[in-house]
Structure formats: structure tokens, C-alpha cells
Design a protein around this ligand. Structure first.
Ligand code: ADP
Ligand code: MG
Ligand code: MG
Length: 251
């Protein structure tokens, strides 16, 4: 069934409207890709769906898992099973990653594991992702490389097992190692958690090893096109110009 339905979503910052009536529907277990040129509003859509108070929703609705979440706090959305990746985790010297993960898991169903069990569980997740478990003892965010930030993101994903994960990959210049971390994480999330994904990216290399169900294209705060996975290759060779022209003509 349908897991997420965004209808006529309009959102602004200060007096400036950024999203102009977005419609988006994602079924349980599917992987969707959101593409579009820089400044199209992709990250904003991710943040608004997650309830970021920076943005004002002025029209439309967000229904998740049968519940209207349009006015819920980000924390309540997170507990309802929604997840948005972050691009730069905070740096907290002296706090190991394992403590951060424990805090993230606190109060969640099925994750109230005692100290040793929790340690064992996170170590197993590291193994699943082919990470050195020594990573769990690193200080949170301090000197993290792009690839290490991705590892943390994927660990959170597999630990929290959200019903819906929105991964915003736009601003990250990922090396080969980080790309493999992301592919591996996405794969594990899909297959062991029956996860549902919205991947925001213009790095199509991330998508090479991912089965994509649907591709959505945004231009200037509007959804301008939707199609099958084959659209990715078309955009790779032809770029966004065709959609930008269509958006211009429609205005
Ligand atoms: P994308 O992720 O597609 O590159 P963004 O969602 O980051 O696009 O940005 C869409 C537009 O909204 C841009 O013009 C950006 O400057 C503007 N915008 C996004 N967030 C804010 C904000 N917090 N304050 C002001 N303008 C913003
Ligand atoms: Mg951008
Ligand atoms: Mg962005």
C-alpha cells in the first residue's frame, strides 16, 4: 500500500515560496529517486516532509502510513518511522559514536537493549556493512571524512530501521569507498528491513547498483516529470535542460 502521500505541498521561508504545490506518492517497499538541477528544491522537500521548522507549510498535506503528519514535530515524525539523512553530523569531542547511536535508539520499540546487547547489535551491523567495529569508539563527528559520515548514516539507518528513509546525497562528493558504503547500506536496508527509500541525488553512480522503481524530476520548486528507472540514464546523457524548458513553457 501507499506509505507516503504528499499533496499540493506549498512551503516558504520568510516570505519566499520555495515549494509550489508538490505531489508525490511512494508505496511501501519501493525505491524512488528525486532528481533536478541545483536549487530545484529537492533538499527543501526532504526537510519539509520531515517537519523542519525553518519552513512554513502554507498549503497541502503530508500523509505518512495513514496518518496526517503535516503539523507533527520532527521528533514525532521520526518516532512514526520517518528518517532524513544529514550531510554533516555535529562534532562532539569525547563522545563516542556508540553513545550517539544508543541515544538515537533510546525509547524506540525493539531497541531498548541493555548495554552489552546493544554493543553486540551495533557490532553486528558494522559487520553487515563491512566496517571495522573500532569505528564505534571514534569520537562523534570529529575529523570524519565524507566516507565516515556515510558510514554513520548507514549505521543509523540499519539500527533505527525507519519505515521511510530520505537520503539526501546532493552536496557530497563521494569517493569510491563512500559510494560502496552507500550501496551496501541501501541494499541491507531494503532487504533486511523491507525499507522504503527516497534518494535525492544527482550522482547517478550511487544508483548503479540500486533497483529503482520510480524517478521524479523537480525544477524550480515544482514536480515536472515522473518516469521509470530508465529516466536516470536519459538524464545522465541529456541533462535537465529538456525539463527546464518544459517548466518554463508551463509558467
Ligand atoms: P536543491 O536541494 O534542489 O539544490 P534546495 O532545496 O537546497 O535545492 O533550495 C531550493 C531553493 O530554496 C534555493 O533557491 C535555495 O536558496 C532556497 N532555500 C532553501 N532553504 C532556504 C532557507 N533556509 N532560507 C532561504 N532560502 C532557502
Ligand atoms: Mg543543492
Ligand atoms: Mg540539495
Amino acid at each position: 500500500g501507499e506509505l507516503l502521500r504528499v499533496s499540493g505541498l506549498t512551503a516558504s521561508v520568510d516570505e519566499k515560496e520555495i515549494l509550489h504545490g508538490i505531489d508525490l506518492s511512494v508505496a511501501q517497499g519501493e525505491t524512488h529517486v528525486l532528481m533536478g538541477p541545483n536549487g530545484a528544491g529537492k533538499s527543501t522537500l526532504g526537510h519539509v516532509v520531515m517537519g523542519d521548522p525553518t519552513y512554513n507549510v502554507t498549503a497541502g498535506s503530508i500523509v505518512f502510513n495513514g496518518q496526517d503528519v503535516t503539523t507533527l514535530s520532527p521528533d514525532k515524525r521520526s518516532h512514526a518511522g520517518m528518517f532524513l539523512s544529514f550531510q554533516a553530523p555535529v562534532e562532539i569531542p569525547g563522545v563516542p559514536l556508540s553513545s550517539f547511536l544508543r541515544a538515537a535508539a533510546a525509547g524506540r520499540e525493539g531497541l531498548n537493549l541493555k548495554g552489552k546487547q546493544f554493543r553486540k547489535h551495533t557490532q553486528e551491523l558494522c559487520e553487515e556493512l563491512d566496517f571495522d567495529p573500532a569505528y564505534l569508539d571514534r569520537e562523534l563527528g570529529v575529523g570524519f571524512s565524507g566516507g565516515e559520515k556515510k558510514k554513520l548514516e548507514m549505521l543509523q539507518l540499519l539500527l533505527l530501521k525507519p519505515k521511510l528513509a530520505i537520503l539526501d546525497e546532493t552536496d557530497s562528493g563521494l569517493d569510491v569507498d563512500a559510494l560502496s558504503v552507500v550501496s551496501r547500506g541501501i541494499d541491507a536496508y531494503r532487504h533486511t528491513c523491507d525499507g522504503t527509500l527516497i534518494i535525492i541525488t544527482h550522482n547517478t553512480r550511487i544508483l548503479e547498483r540500486v533497483d529503482v522503481d520510480r524517478v521524479h524530476v523537480m525544477v524550480k520548486g515544482r514536480m515536472v516529470h515522473e518516469g521509470p528507472a530508465s529516466l536516470i540514464e536519459k538524464i545522465d546523457t541529456e541533462g535537465f535542460e529538456q525539463f527546464e524548458q518544459a517548466a518554463q513553457a508551463a509558467q
